[in-house]
Design a protein around this ligand. Structure first.
Ligand code: ACM
Ligand code: ZN
Length: 646
C-alpha cells in the first residue's frame, strides 16, 4: 500500500515536472515576440549572451554595407562597438578594413552563405540559429541575411534582458526557418497632400525594414502638390510643389486670397531621390514612384495650364472648395500632354531603379472631356464609344510610354468598358474584386483593398479624431486577405497599406497612422496565411510598444479604446453597447458627467439604458488597475446619431 502511494506520488511528480516543462517551453516560445511571426520556430536550450567581445563574421567577398548597418543598430541598442570580421575558411582575400576570425571561434554572430538549402524559398529566406556558443544566420543572398538580422534585433531588443553580471544581453536559444509569403510587402505614402522631406522618409524606411516590409510606393503627384523635380519641366516643382498655407480639417478651406503667396509644400530634388533610393536599397526597401494621371493632376495643370482641356490658369489645391471652373484632369487627346508625360516618365525611369512605374489612373472626372472638342475628335478618330473608352485609350498610351522606357506600368484598378492596358499591373483599391478579375486575366496584382488596408481611415472612435472617410481598426487590418477565394494566386505580387495624407500634417501622425496597423500588414504579407491568432498577435504587438517608445516612433494605442455603439432595445429605446478589440480589458463607465476610473461600474456585457436626464456617457478601459484606453466622452446626441437607420 505504501509502495503504491509512493509510486503514485512519484508519478505525480514526474507528471508535474513534465507539465512544468511544457508550460516553460510554451512560455519561452511565446516570449519570442517576433513580428512578423516566422515560418518555423523551435526554442532551444540555454541562451546566447551578447557582450562587448562578440564579433560579427561575414563570408568573404560579401557586400558589407548591411552588416555595418547591423553593427550600428547593435551599438544603438547595447552600446557595444562590435567588430566586423571575415571568415578565414573561405580562403578569399579579406576586405581590407576587416579583421580575420578563426574558424570555430565562439561568441560570434556568423553569416553563412548557404545556396542549396534556401534556394527554393527565394532570396529573402534565412535560417537563424542561436545557442550558447554563438549565432548563425544562413542565407543564399544578402536580403536573407538582412532579414535574419532584423529577427535577431527583435529577439535582442524587444525585451532587452541583461545577464546577471550586467556586462551583456541575454538572447534565448532558438532555431528559426523563415521566408516571406509575398514578394510585395508594401506601404504607400502620399507625399502630395502633405509633403514629407527625405529625412522623414528615411526614418519611415528604417521602420519598415525592421518589420520586413520591402516596398515603399510614393504617391508623388496629386491636386495638392507635385513632389519630384523634372529637369525638362521645371515649373512642375517651381509652381506645382507649392500651395497657399492652410491648416486643420482639410476640406472646405478658404480659397487663396488675391496675391496670397503659395508657401506651403516642398519637393524632392533628383539628388534627394537618388539618396532615398540608395537608402532604401541598403535596407532592401524598393521605392516605387507614382505619377497619377490623367485625374488627380491639378498641380501639374497649375504648372502647365495648357495640359488641361480648358487651358485656364489654376492654383494648386489647398483644400479650398471645388467648383466647376476647375479641372484636375489632363486633356486626353492633346499631343502636348503625351509629350510632357514622355519627358516626366523618361526622367522618372532614370531616377528609380524599380521595375514598375505607377501611372495612377484612378477617379477620373470625364466631364471636361465631354465638353472638349479635341477629346471629342479623338473619340471619333479612334472609334471609341465614350469618354470612358477615351480613358482606356489614354492609359494605354501612357502604358506604352512606360514600356518604351524599359519599365512596367502599374495603375489603380478602375472598371472601364474599354479595359485596362494588358501590360499594366493592377493595384486593387476599392475592394479585392478588381484584383481578382485582373489576376484571373493574367495581370500582376497588388492588393490594397481600402476597407482593410487604407491607413488614412481612423482607427479609434471617430468622435475623438478629426476623422475623414471611415474606420479601419487594427483588428480589421489583421483580417486582410490578399488571396480572396478563386484568385489565381500566382499573379498576386502581394499587398500594401496605403496612407493618404489629407489629414496627416506631420511625422508623428504619419507614424501613428502606420503603426500598429503595419504590424498586421507585415504579419499578413510575410507570415504564412491563416496561422495567426489575434490574441497572440496582440500580445506580440504589446511587447513591441516599449521598443517603439524607446526609438521615438509614434504608435497608436487606440486599439485599447472602448468601442461604443447604440442599439434599439425591446421597446425601441436606445441602449448602449460597449466592447473592445482586445480581450481582457475592463470597461468602466459613467452617466453622471464625471470621469470614470477603475473603481467605477464595470460593463458586464448587458447593453445599458440611458438614465433619465443623462447628457453623456463617459467610458474608459483598464487592465489590472492601469488605464489603457483613452477617456471617451460621448454626448447622448452622438449616441442617437449612432443608432442604426430605421
Ligand atoms: C484611390 O484611393 N483613389 C486610389
Ligand atoms: Zn481635352
Amino acid at each position: 500500500m505504501f509502495k503504491m502511494l509512493f509510486k503514485l506520488a512519484s508519478l505525480k511528480a514526474v507528471l508535474a515536472a513534465a507539465l512544468l516543462s511544457v508550460l516553460f517551453f510554451n512560455a519561452r516560445a511565446q516570449s519570442l515576440n517576433l513580428i512578423p511571426k516566422p515560418v518555423r520556430l523551435e526554442p532551444g536550450e540555454g541562451n546566447f549572451v551578447l557582450n562587448a567581445r562578440t564579433s560579427i563574421v561575414l563570408p568573404a567577398a560579401t557586400d558589407t554595407g548591411f552588416a555595418s548597418l547591423f553593427a550600428a543598430r547593435l551599438k544603438l541598442a547595447t552600446g557595444f562597438n562590435l567588430p566586423l570580421a571575415v571568415a578565414r575558411s573561405l580562403g578569399r582575400e579579406p576586405v581590407a578594413h576587416l579583421k580575420h576570425l578563426k574558424p570555430g571561434a565562439r561568441n560570434v554572430i556568423r553569416l553563412v552563405q548557404d545556396e542549396n538549402c534556401l534556394k527554393s524559398k527565394g532570396d529573402e529566406a534565412y535560417e537563424l540559429e542561436i545557442n550558447s556558443a554563438g549565432v548563425t544566420i544562413r542565407a543564399a543572398r544578402s536580403a536573407g541575411w538582412f532579414y535574419g538580422m532584423q529577427t535577431f534585433m527583435q529577439l535582442l531588443s524587444v525585451g532587452l534582458v541583461q545577464n546577471q553580471k550586467g556586462d551583456g544581453y541575454v538572447i534565448p536559444a532558438v532555431f528559426i526557418e523563415d521566408y516571406p509569403r509575398f514578394k510585395w510587402r508594401g506601404l504607400m505614402v502620399d507625399v502630395s497632400r502633405h509633403f514629407f522631406n527625405k529625412d522623414v522618409i528615411k526614418r519611415y524606411i528604417d521602420q519598415m525594414a525592421k518589420y520586413k516590409l520591402n516596398t515603399l510606393h510614393l504617391h508623388l503627384t496629386d491636386n495638392q502638390g507635385w513632389r519630384v523635380a523634372i529637369s525638362s519641366l521645371p515649373k512642375l516643382t517651381d509652381v506645382g510643389a507649392w500651395r497657399v498655407p492652410r491648416t486643420g480639417y482639410w476640406r472646405g478651406q478658404k480659397a487663396p486670397e488675391p496675391n496670397e503667396k503659395a508657401t506651403s509644400g516642398g519637393f524632392y530634388t533628383q539628388e534627394d531621390i537618388r539618396e532615398l533610393v540608395a537608402y532604401g536599397q541598403q535596407r532592401f526597401v524598393e521605392i516605387v514612384p507614382e505619377i497619377d494621371v490623367p485625374g488627380h493632376s491639378l498641380a501639374m495643370i497649375a504648372a502647365y495650364p495648357e495640359l488641361s482641356c480648358t487651358k485656364k490658369p489654376q492654383q494648386v489645391l489647398a483644400g479650398d472648395p471645388w467648383n466647376a471652373s476647375r479641372t484636375n484632369v489632363l486633356c486626353a487627346a492633346s499631343d502636348s500632354v503625351f509629350i510632357a508625360l514622355d519627358k516626366v516618365i523618361g526622367e522618372i525611369a532614370q531616377l528609380f531603379p524599380s521595375k514598375y512605374i505607377h501611372i495612377g489612373g484612378d477617379e477620373v472626372s470625364r466631364a471636361y472631356w465631354d465638353k472638349c472638342p479635341v477629346c471629342q475628335q479623338k473619340i471619333k478618330d479612334e472609334h471609341l464609344g465614350s469618354a470612358e473608352e477615351l480613358q482606356s485609350y489614354f492609359l494605354k498610351r501612357v502604358a506604352q510610354i512606360v514600356l518604351s522606357k524599359g519599365k512596367k506600368p502599374m495603375g489603380w484598378y478602375e472598371n472601364l468598358p474599354g479595359g485596362l492596358p494588358d501590360e499594366m499591373a493592377v493595384m486593387s483599391w476599392k475592394d479585392s474584386k478588381g484584383g481578382l478579375l485582373s489576376a484571373n486575366k493574367g495581370q500582376q496584382v497588388v492588393m490594397t483593398p481600402a476597407f482593410f488596408t487604407y491607413l488614412d481611415f481612423y482607427q479609434g472612435d471617430p468622435y475623438l479624431e478629426n476623422a475623414i472617410f471611415t474606420v479601419n481598426r487594427l483588428s480589421t487590418t489583421f483580417q486582410f486577405d490578399p488571396l480572396p477565394e478563386g484568385i489565381n494566386a500566382k499573379n498576386v505580387l502581394g499587398g500594401q497599406g496605403s496612407l493618404w495624407t489629407e489629414q496627416v500634417p506631420n511625422e508623428r501622425k504619419l507614424q501613428s497612422m502606420t503603426w500598429p496597423r503595419a504590424f498586421a500588414l507585415s504579419e499578413v504579407l510575410w507570415s504564412a496565411g491563416n496561422k495567426s491568432d489575434w490574441n497572440n498577435f496582440i500580445r506580440r504587438v504589446e511587447s513591441h510598444l516599449p521598443l517603439l517608445d524607446r526609438e521615438q516612433v509614434a504608435c497608436s494605442r487606440y486599439f485599447y479604446d472602448a468601442i461604443v455603439t447604440a442599439t434599439p432595445g425591446l421597446n425601441k429605446e436606445m441602449l448602449v453597447k460597449l466592447s473592445t478589440e482586445v480581450e481582457g480589458l475592463d470597461i468602466h463607465y459613467s452617466f453622471d458627467d464625471t470621469d470614470p476610473d477603475q473603481y467605477y461600474p464595470v460593463y458586464k456585457g448587458t447593453p445599458l439604458s440611458i438614465p433619465k436626464g443623462a447628457q453623456s456617457i463617459r467610458v474608459v478601459t483598464y487592465r489590472k488597475g492601469q488605464q489603457l484606453g483613452r477617456l471617451l466622452k460621448l454626448p447622448v446626441t452622438e449616441l442617437q446619431r449612432r443608432m442604426p437607420a430605421k
